[in-house]
Write a protein that binds this ligand. Structure first.
Ligand code: TRP
Length: 444
């Protein structure tokens, strides 16, 4: 069977950037940067992205393009039985991630509607906090929104690579950057915006510690969608004539740009209205609505902001589902349409306990965590670092010559850079990943 390919290099770049730019950029990056010393964190983050993120992203794309397979097929073809589990790990991680990602994505869809209908008119964060808790604690309504969100994902992914994924991203990503730009102009022209910008950009080295490097590393590879075969699968639809280094650099650059823009929107807004850049969902769903309510024309900017979040989440969710779909289609010859629906239903079934853990089942704790936190923790802190570790070890030590040819042949890139790339895969990335893994599993 002939494998479908991207219609253009631009299409691949939009799809890969769509995968990378997600909830991680818009709600997580601003406060992580803020809490970890602003500009000082940014410098470390930049270095980690340039060395570690970029090398690993190129490697994943090369694995996919060389084999023209899903993660399981790719590892099996190049590494045999011993390495096949690395592929399965990615496919399973996809189900786990999507099961909680679609819950939060559902909230963003709901908030577009709430904003548009003026239901969040209060300027008091305490009141908005209560309505947020009441909403996410409802047994049914958040699940309807999660299901609605998954229906959108199914619609796109079942239409195929070119007519579905590529076409959706080609429209949604430019729209996303347009929304970012409009909101950025609004944010930096608010009175007192300078303080927020200073908070994000001024290096405060007193806040830098070992933990800062860990936070930057974790943020970098979640943001670049590394460790579960998303980029591998998208790479498998890439044609031989595309140059991997420059194409990857564009994707990484767009991801960084989106994070910076989000930071320059959220922090000035928060500071301008005298709030604290507190962390987590609260900042997005409680503090920001309070601010939009007191800003002239805030309802419009509020709708735009949640639309931005929903688009970012949608294009990422598409890429989280695709590796599993590619696996069943490649390996068993199932039809895409049926596979997509079944995979989405499995994710949605797993989303039920996640969503209920904010309300009816909030008393249920597994290993001291709610079901939602357990899924998030298992995927983000254990499965993804392990997946990225196996990928770098496999390519660095088993498939180095092949990857080197796949990535660098015909690009004219100097040998010294190739040596740096190999050094990162063999030593730097494994050491960093083992460190995140130990630190986050509490063994360190
Ligand atoms: N990168 C996306 C974000 O920033 C999320 C995401 C998509 C992801 N695919 C992934 C994270 C694969 C880890 C692995 O929100």
């Amino acid at each position: 069977m002939n494998r479908e390919h991207w219609g253009s290099r631009f299409g691949f770049i939009m799809a890969a950037a769509g995968s990378a730019i997600g909830l991680g950029n818009v709600w997580r990056f601003p406060y992580v940067a803020g809490e970890n010393g602003g500009g000082a964190f940014l410098l470390i983050y930049l270095a980690i992205i340039a060395v570690f993120g970029f090398s690993l992203a190129m490697t994943e794309i090369a694995l996919g393009r060389a084999t023209q397979r899903n993660p399981v097929g790719a590892f099996r073809q190049l590494g045999g039985r011993l390495w096949t589990p690395a592929g399965y790990l990615g496919v399973i991680a996809g189900f786990v991630i999507l099961s909680f990602y679609c819950v939060v994505a559902g909230w963003t869809l709901a908030y577009i509607g709430f904003m548009a209908r003026g239901l969040l008119g209060s300027t008091d964060p305490a009141v908005l906090g209560q309505s947020f808790e009441a909403f996410i604690g409802d047994p049914w309504i958040p699940l309807y929104y999660a299901a609605g969100f998954m229906a959108l994902v199914v619609l796109v992914v079942s239409s195929g690579v070119g007519r579905g994924i590529e076409r959706a991203n080609k429209w949604l990503m430019p729209a996303l950057f347009l929304l970012l730009l409009i909101l950025l102009i609004r944010a930096v022209t608010l009175p007192g915006a300078g303080e927020g910008l200073r908070f994000l950009l001024m290096p405060d080295f007193s806040k830098v510690s070992g933990a800062t490097f860990g936070a930057a590393l974790a943020q970098a590879f979640f943001s670049l969608s590394l460790g579960m075969g998303c980029l591998l699968t998208y790479g498998s639809y890439l044609s031989r004539s595309t140059r991997i280094p420059t194409t990857t650099a564009t994707v990484v650059g767009l991801d960084l740009l989106a994070s910076l823009m989000a930071g320059m929107i959220v922090l000035p807004v928060v500071f301008s209205f005298g709030f604290d850049p507190s962390s987590g969902p609260g900042l997005t769903f409680v503090t920001l609505p309070a601010i939009f309510a007191s800003m002239p024309g805030g309802a419009i900017f509020g709708v735009m902001f949640f639309l931005l979040l929903a688009i970012a989440a949608l294009t990422s969710a598409i890429s989280i589902l695709e590796p599993a779909v590619a696996y069943f289609v490649d390996e068993y010859g199932y039809t895409r349409r049926r596979t997509v629906s079944i995979c989405a239903l499995v994710c949605l079934a797993l989303a039920v306990p996640s969503s209920l853990s904010f309300g009816h089942w909030s008393g249920l704790k597994i290993l001291d965590r709610s079901f939602f936190d357990l899924m998030d923790y298992t995927a983000t802190n254990l499965m993804l670092p392990l997946g990225a570790l196996l990928t770098s070890l496999f390519v660095g030590w088993r498939w180095a010559a092949g990857a080197r040819r796949e990535i660098f042949e015909g690009t004219g890139i100097a040998g010294i850079w190739i040596s740096v790339w190999l050094l990162v895969l063999r030593f730097v990335a494994p050491a960093g990943l083992v460190w995140i893994f130990l630190a986050s599993s509490g063994l360190l």
